[in-house]
Design a protein around this ligand. Structure first.
Ligand code: NAP
Length: 176
């Protein structure tokens, strides 16, 4: 199983402002025909695992952005909205249990999304690649990408792509 994180962060390490907003990020929405490599990335994965709070943000988008099955981590949700039942389903358990369950379902390449969710997978040392798009602004506070770990995790730098609008996407691979 490979686990990838693909996420955008402010320079000071936040993925959303203190109200959970991402207007500062959507202000950088790509021009028609450019998607900053998102569709190429989606082609590499075979399922998405996201936290419930990220799922709620996605529900506010104009359209469902995923072409692969989505598993929503939640202990509080009982159902997903009508109309999305063929596209996403609920899952719970520790990151290890989630990986084991999805492996049994023959998924091999996971995209994990959401701050607390990513932090849980990192704490269990289950993330193989971090793909972080740095947005050139300081939010000064908000929802952090990273949290506490019981020990350091070393990653190898792979490459950085720079976009004309100032975004920089960097790939890191877990050095085990
Ligand atoms: N900048 C970006 O690229 C980017 C990407 C993704 C998200 N975001 C933003 O980040 C914010 C959401 O991040 P977040 O850190 O607040 O939350 P999150 O990780 O999206 O969701 C946290 C919730 O996921 C559930 N969860 C996580 N691990 C679980 C587990 N092992 N078992 C069961 N449930 C589990 C829990 O839901 P329950 O409380 O229901 O149990 C928990 O409250 C949103 O504002 C979103 O817009 C930004």
């Amino acid at each position: 199983m490979s686990v990838w994180v693909y996420i955008a962060s402010s320079l000071d390490g936040y993925i959303a402002d203190s109200r959970g907003g991402i207007d500062w990020l959507t202000a950088y929405d790509p021009p028609q025909g450019e998607d900053y490599g998102f569709s190429e990335f989606m082609a590499r994965i075979d399922a998405v695992v996201m936290g419930r709070k990220t799922f709620e943000q996605v529900l506010s988008f104009n359209s469902w952005p995923y072409t692969k099955p989505v598993f929503v981590l939640s202990s509080s949700l009982k159902t997903v909205p009508h109309g999305l039942s063929g596209k996403c389903r609920l899952i719970s358990g520790s990151p290890r249990q989630v990986i084991d369950e999805l492996s049994r379902m023959d998924f091999q390449h996971l995209y994990v999304d959401g701050g607390l969710t990513v932090q849980g997978f990192l704490e269990s040392d289950l993330v193989d690649e971090l793909i972080i798009t740095r947005v050139p602004l300081l939010l000064g506070g908000g929802i952090p990408l990273f949290g506490r770990l019981s020990g350091p995790l070393r990653f190898e730098f792979m490459k950085t792509d720079a976009y004309p609008n100032g975004l920089q996407k960097t790939w890191y691979r877990r050095a085990r």
